[in-house]
Write a protein that binds this ligand. Sequence first.
Ligand SMILES: C[S@@+](CC[C@H](N)C(=O)[O-])C[C@H]1O[C@@H](n2cnc3c(N)ncnc32)[C@H](O)[C@@H]1O
Length: 258
Amino acid sequence: MPLLTNDSDQDWERFARTEPYFAVLTEPQYRGELSELDRAEFFRTGEQHVSEMLSIIRSRLHPDFAPARALDFGCGVGRLLIPLAARCRGVTGVDVSPAMLDEARRNCEAASVSNVRLILGDDKLSAIEGEFDFVHSYIVLQHIPVRRGERLVRELAGRLAPDGVGVFHVTYSRPHASSLRRLLYWARTRLPAAHWALNITRGRPARTPIMQVNRYSVTRLLDILSSEGCPEVHVRFTNHDGYRGVLLFARKEATPGL
Ligand SMILES: C[S@@+](CC[C@H](N)C(=O)[O-])C[C@H]1O[C@@H](n2cnc3c(N)ncnc32)[C@H](O)[C@@H]1O
């Protein structure tokens, strides 16, 4: 059933204008203006994530992996762009929110990073040129309605260069949510009045958006990756506050069509 209360793109612009860091990592210390320490910790998590992704790729899929061109889809404020820029010749950051991109630009400048391009995304990735050795998307697709997200995964996998690696993170279930929680989420994402009423009872402006978390079919994604020329996929499970997910590490064939 379509979501009535959510246009995820508009919601993200709104999150970006109000709480960009908290919208990326929903932990209380990232609300509002960040202290020096919290800012450093925020970016340290990005460094750790990138280092972990590359180490998994090298140990499981591609021992010599050393990407020159990287694309981070849903780059937010640049948490992962800065560590990618330290390891790659050029990095492209894509986001649907202009305010996120502005913040990412400020963060790249502050870190003296000059090999990052920032691009406003659309569903066809129409402003993105060329191929990439590394295409990455983390804690992004879950916030995009599933059919749209699947088309984006196809587009992103299509931008992988021969022998390149894509990392796609999605959520697929939330098994231990109570029935009441499920009912409230269902109502809030389909019935605007229910969503507004709940916001008001929680002391928030009525139209504060809900951050949607969608459940993907891993099988359908594997089919997409296979049809986009990725014969090999490594899977890692994730769990964020009870939302179960997977990181799909897909290696593109070295010689297309073989
Ligand atoms: C939770 S944040 C994660 C940011 C970054 N990946 C990180 O881990 O630091 C999700 C990001 O995805 C972006 N996003 C949401 N929908 C998008 C879409 N359709 N296309 C591109 N970016 C999108 C949001 O604007 C936001 O910056």
